[in-house]
Every structure is written in structure tokens, then in C-alpha cells.
Write a protein that binds this ligand. Structure first.
Ligand code: BTN
Length: 246
């Protein structure tokens, strides 16, 4: 991981570059980094604010020999790697909001966007995009997201080296990835749950159709959200959001 690194000063989105590179045969572990993204992408078609030199805007190309159904496990693994690195090197206490938002002080400091190209149940490549807010001050975050977003600088009152963080994250990712390929998901699941935001608590869940209260029990083998409804029935959810300002 990271033997080949493509660095752009400014680009629309490192995800776009990663897809281009992957289509052109870029090898497993190729990394795309940008100082600035003019059209950063978040999950659910949202945009991702990526100002120049203030955060880590990175995409990784992976060519794992796992089934497409296991791809969400890799995203959850990435979240645990981020949480581990932030804890060890920035001395903060991160929580992971399902599926993969990293929270500090109940505000989002990092997000992960996984995109996959697969055919007939075989993965051609996966692009994992990580956005990590590092050195923004509060006034440098867009006003619309200030109530729910934060950065390492805001939380620690210190600047952090983006280069240093990239290095730590790539080393930690490679190690965790190798272990995952060897041992499978159980260790990742355990780790994820140790960082899980509101596990065992009552949460508000938003789906496309619905909005309801449930108890968050944990995650499933396949990365799904396991909940208990108020009537006592348990359920697995794949696409839902935990509403965290309730
Ligand atoms: C989310 O929480 O919605 C996911 C955000 C992912 C942002 C990163 S920044 C690097 C990569 N390039 C993008 O355009 N998006 C991801």
C-alpha cells in the first residue's frame, strides 16, 4: 500500500482520479492524494468540503480477492484504522458512527467513501476515499456544517502534520488489511464495536422511507447495522443513517 503515490495540488476529486488510474491498470495499493479538491464527494451524493492544505484528501485503489458482498467490511476496517491512528498519534478519543464516520466530541472529523467496480461477482477494483479534517479552525469550516463538523486542530488546539498522518494511516492500514485477508472479519468487528458510537443505546434511525427509535445492538458479519425495534423484534439494516442530533 502506498508504493505508488499520485499527488495533485488541486483536482476535482481524488475519487475521479482513482477511477481513471484503476481503469488504466493501476496496481493494488496505489494512492491518490490532493492538497485541494474542488468537487469533493461524500456519501449519498453529498459534497465534501476539502480546502487547500487543511486536510487529508486521499483515495486508495485496492484489488482484493474477496467477494463484492465483503466490500463493506473493508470500509469498516478503514474506519477502525483511522480511529486507531487518531487515538495513538493525536491523543484524541474517537468514536465511529455507523457505518464509518469518525467523531470527536460528537462531531464529524473524518468520512469514508467506498466505491467498487465489480463484474459477475468478481471485484475488479475498490476505491476507498478518506477525508480527514486536520488543520481547519472553526471559522474555516463552512457555516452550514459547523454545528456537526470538527477538525483535529479544533479538538486538540494543535496543528498536525498531514504528511505524517498519511504515513501513519498507510502503515496501519497495510497491517490491518493483511490481518483481515488472513483472519477475516471477527477481529475487525470486535475493534469496530469497541469504538462504536451509541452501541447499546437508543438511537434515531433514518431510512429513505422511515424515521424511528431503536436500540443499537452492534454490527453484523457483513457490516450491517443490528437493531432492536421498540416492539422487541431485531433487524438488520444496510442503508440507513443514525441521526445523531436528537
Ligand atoms: C462521507 O462521509 O460522506 C465520505 C467523505 C469522503 C471524502 C473523501 S476526500 C478524498 C476522497 N475524494 C472525494 O471526493 N471524496 C473522498
Amino acid at each position: 500500500i502506498g508504493k505508488s503515490i499520485v499527488h495533485k495540488e488541486s483536482t476535482t476529486s481524488t475519487q475521479h482520479i482513482a477511477h481513471d488510474e484503476a481503469r488504466n491498470g493501476a496496481s493494488h495499493g496505489t494512492i491518490i492524494i490532493a492538497d485541494e479538491q474542488t468537487n469533493g464527494k461524500g456519501r449519498m451524493n453529498r459534497s465534501w468540503f476539502s480546502s487547500k492544505g487543511k486536510g487529508m484528501w486521499l483515495s486508495m485503489i485496492l484489488r482484493p480477492r474477496i467477494s463484492p458482498q465483503q466490500a463493506p467490511q473493508l470500509t469498516l476496517l478503514t474506519a477502525t484504522v483511522l480511529a486507531d491512528v487518531l487515538h495513538a498519534y493525536c491523543h484524541v478519543t474517537p468514536l465511529i458512527k455507523w457505518p464509518n464516520d469518525i467523531l470527536l466530541n460528537n462531531k464529524k472529523t473524518a468520512g469514508i467513501l467506498t466505491e467498487m467496480q465489480a463484474e459477475q461477482d468478481i471485484i475488479n477494483y475498490i476505491v476507498i476515499g478518506i477525508g480527514l479534517n486536520v488543520n481547519q479552525s472553526e471559522s474555516e469550516l463552512p457555516e452550514e456544517i459547523r454545528h456537526k463538523a470538527t477538525s483535529l486542530f479544533i479538538e486538540t488546539e494543535k496543528e498536525h502534520s498531514i504528511k505524517g498522518l498519511i504515513q501513519e494511516i498507510l502503515v496501519a492500514f497495510e497491517k490491518a488489511y493483511d490481518q483481515f485477508i488472513k483472519n477475516g472479519f471477527p477481529d475487525v468487528k470486535r475493534k469496530w464495536e469497541s469504538y462504536g458510537f451509541k452501541i447499546g443505546e437508543e438511537i434515531t434511525i433514518k431510512t429513505l422511507r422511515d424515521h424511528f427509535q431503536a436500540t443499537f445492538l452492534g454490527i453484523e458479519e457483513d457490516g450491517a447495522l443490528r437493531i432492536k425495534r421498540m416492539d422487541g423484534s431485531t433487524e438488520k439494516l444496510y442503508s440507513a443513517e443514525i441521526d445523531w442530533f436528537d
